[in-house]
Design a protein around this ligand. Sequence first.
Ligand code: DGJ
Length: 693
Amino acid sequence: MQNWRLDDGRQTLVLAANRERLPEVVYWGAPLPKEDDAAVLSAASKLDVTGGMLDENPDLSICPEAVRTFPGQPGLILRAHDGTPLLPKFCFTGETLEEHALVLDYSDEANGLRYRAEIALDPETHIFTLTSEISADAPIHLHWLSAPVLPAPQHSEEMIDVTGRWCGEFHLNRTAWSPGIRYRENRTGRTGHEHFPALIVPGCGASNTQGEAWGFHYGWSGGHRMVAEELPDGRRQIQFGHAARMETAPSTKFRSAPLYAVYSSDGLNGIAVSFQRHLRDRIVTWPKPEAARPVHYNCWEAVYFDHKLDVLKDIAARASDLGAERFVLDDGWFGQRDDDTSSLSDWEVDTRKYPEGLHPLIDHVHSLGMTFGIWFEPEMINHNSDVFRAHPDWAAGSEDQLLGRQQMALDMSRTDVRDFIYDRMAAILREYPIDYIKWDHNRVLPMPDAAQTRGSYALIDRLRADFPDVEIESCASGGGRIDFGILSRTQRVWLSDSNDALERLRMQHNASLFLPAAITGSHVGPRVCHTSGRTLDIRFRAWVAAQRHMGFEMDPRELSEEEAAVLREVTSWWKHNREWMLDADILRLDSSDPAVIAEQQEARDGHRFVVFAGKAATSAQIAPRPIRLTRLDPNARYKVTLINRNSASTLSRGSPALKDGPVEVSGQYLMSHGITLPWSFPESMWVVEGERL
Ligand code: DGJ
């Protein structure tokens, strides 16, 4: 019996293997005392055998093998080059164990195969990174390779995964556990609005702030497959890998993307904080880590394709006056791009719109003290483009394929295609002082193909290497490409094309299970939202944007003086607080009123926090229910201030103390009773600052 154990003070993971076989995770949960011997744990957790079944329970190993009578989904499905199915059966060949990392090697001599599992634990963020690799003596076809398989707890009634659509990203989906499989497979070739690659398994009774939970995220942008399976004996397994059959060519080596996993004993927030910190502090590579995140202005919803230099200059001046620090020129500046039917791939400045190139606009933007960013959609091509006319074979997929937004994807697996796009983009980046790219990807692929994703990664990596100061935003019709794979190459995500603050409030809340504020773009949209038709007050729009990486996207010429004043004030508050807020943990609060979506952003050192309580609907009861805070020091005293109490409506006639000024109470009171806010209209936000005294 072999066994291995990884600990970080917050969780223990124990692996045990029967003789030379692949190991099983026999324990993953709250930290165990050192005296708990792995061999004893393995023996103690062994399941009994009864009638009508095999004489032993097949291993639920880190790569369950079909050939060992495993009754569920195997961790690996392969074929030899000639198409013959291979049934691997691995035996131990070696290990490397460090305090927080483990590499295990296995081989199958008969089939000429080797399997390697790498498991690393970050002792600060508490995130496990698990990767599997298969190599072969001769080229093989890969159908399915799971990252190392983890068990799911049996004291859980449901699982939570994430779905969505254009303008409606990050819906949480709850599915009850039952015998069989919850299977999600994204065959779009792109991370997608529909399939954020993650799973949370809450223990029975877990909420945002309490209970146990297990979190998983697969860091890959080409579409994933998730299997959450309950076996007939009751055991549960979680598999994550690339979508099946997306390796189109035989090879002697295949590797999974990293699976990130974490256990929490303090609710979904424990998962969220680990993912937020790991993403911000370990995954994202910041060109200038010390620089403040600038307030953005993006011109898309102001002008769309109608680029006029004098109008853009006027808009830039107004945006700067409101507090913007980076001006992003969106779609429409290149080729003959007057609408979305043409010019993708023709990455040269449209001299009809910009006769002297982009310099006059950029000089103006710089003179206002803002930096300049620009939109590209590098992996795409239109039929109506010079590049397609010259290279019709560069498009991926068949000639009669369905188009998406009138466009096709380029075949990014081809080096000549990547080189061409690189040269065009590099020429723009060399000619102009640009510090930001909004990198869009507006259609799904004609079919899933891992080589396409690797090609996209290679292009981004090359540009990052040659233009290390340029930041990149991952956008795909809003939140269609958000995952730790793309975020190891980019610094911001465009969470959604919906600038509707009401919809954003919920989306941001759910996305914070994985994404920190520093990378989550959020813009103040037009008064009448272009994608929902909803009219929202500037206060609500501004505060919702101020919850994340703030920006503006409306036409500033539509703002009344009062609206501009509100926006200036909230932006200045955001700038004043961004340094600590963008490093803070976002904690989702357990709101006792379903109409209220509330979060607490808490500084790393616990000395200050801000609570955003967004009223998404009219409450069923008359008075606001107190909002209980979390993770405070029960014995410390806190000064809490309702900073926008001047926005109370005249229908708020009573006198909750926060309406009159700061209140000083204990952390225990704030966590046990909560803060009592004034009555408010739906589609409004209360903002409460807290300071530890
Ligand atoms: C889709 C993006 O999500 C929008 O923000 C905008 O950049 C358009 N594409 C431009 O075509």
